[in-house]
Structures are given as structure tokens and as C-alpha cells.
Design a protein. Structure first.
Length: 134
């Protein structure tokens, strides 16, 4: 959650040009140490995500088989992340092809999706903690 909060604050753009998490840094004229730091940060984030998938898949599948509700909240949260990431920066990628109303709709949908992600994850944790022992 902390990584998502820092990303929402554009923390990754505070340090280098182009930003810390932009792939373009590797083909830019940025100093080698900027590229090394960016590569290490990206590798660390990838490690965290892979670890979550490896350690979380078993419990998620067991919860689905048992008919628990929390796995569906996690799946909804992950789906909302995919939606939010695809909408993030859509107006800048589309240029003048989007109307003002569509730009606002994309931004509001992205922010609501990110908020709903955290609500889903909090509800999933609460539901997982409150389930009866087996």
C-alpha cells in the first residue's frame, strides 16, 4: 500500500528526469548512476510483486474453493489496479483526441478505482481475519 501511495504522489518523478520508474531513463542521456538506481528500484518492486503472487496464490485458491468472500475482494482490487493503470495519464497519451468531458471522466474513474482498490483490500483483510477457524 505504501508503494501505491508514493506512486500516487508522483514520488517516482521527484528524483530524476525522466522519472525513476520510467523505462525511458535507460535510453536517455541520464547519468549511469541514475540508471542503476532506477534499475534497482524496478527490480525491488518486481521482487515484491512476484513474492506476493507466489505467497498469495495458495491461500487465494484455498479461499475460493472454500467459498470465502475475501478472495473475490482481492480479485476485484487487482482488476481495479489494472483499470486504474490503463486510465492513468490517458489524456496525455491521447493528446487532443479526447474531449474535456472524457478527460475528466477518465481522471475521476482512475481515482475512484484506486480508492476502491484500497477499500477492497481492507475489506479482504477484515473478512480474512473474521472468518471462523477451520
Amino acid at each position: 500500500l505504501a508503494l501505491f501511495a508514493l506512486r500516487e504522489l508522483d514520488f517516482h518523478d521527484w528524483w530524476f528526469e525522466p522519472g525513476l520508474l520510467h523505462i525511458a531513463i535507460f535510453s536517455s542521456a541520464a547519468p549511469l548512476w541514475h540508471k542503476a538506481v532506477s534499475g534497482l528500484v524496478m527490480a525491488g518492486i518486481l521482487f515484491v510483486l512476484v513474492s506476493l503472487v507466489i505467497q498469495g496464490t495458495g491461500p487465494l485458491l484455498r479461499g475460493l474453493r472454500a467459498g470465502d468472500g475475501w478472495p473475490w475482494l482481492v480479485i476485484a482490487g487487482v482488476s481495479l489496479v489494472v483499470l486504474s493503470i490503463s486510465l492513468d495519464g490517458l489524456p496525455s497519451r491521447m493528446g487532443d483526441d479526447l474531449s474535456g468531458a472524457m478527460t475528466i471522466l477518465a481522471a475521476v474513474t482512475e481515482e475512484c478505482g484506486e480508492l476502491a482498490l484500497f477499500i477492497c483490500l481492507l475489506l479482504a483483510v477484515a473478512a480474512g481475519l473474521n472468518r471462523p477457524a477451520r
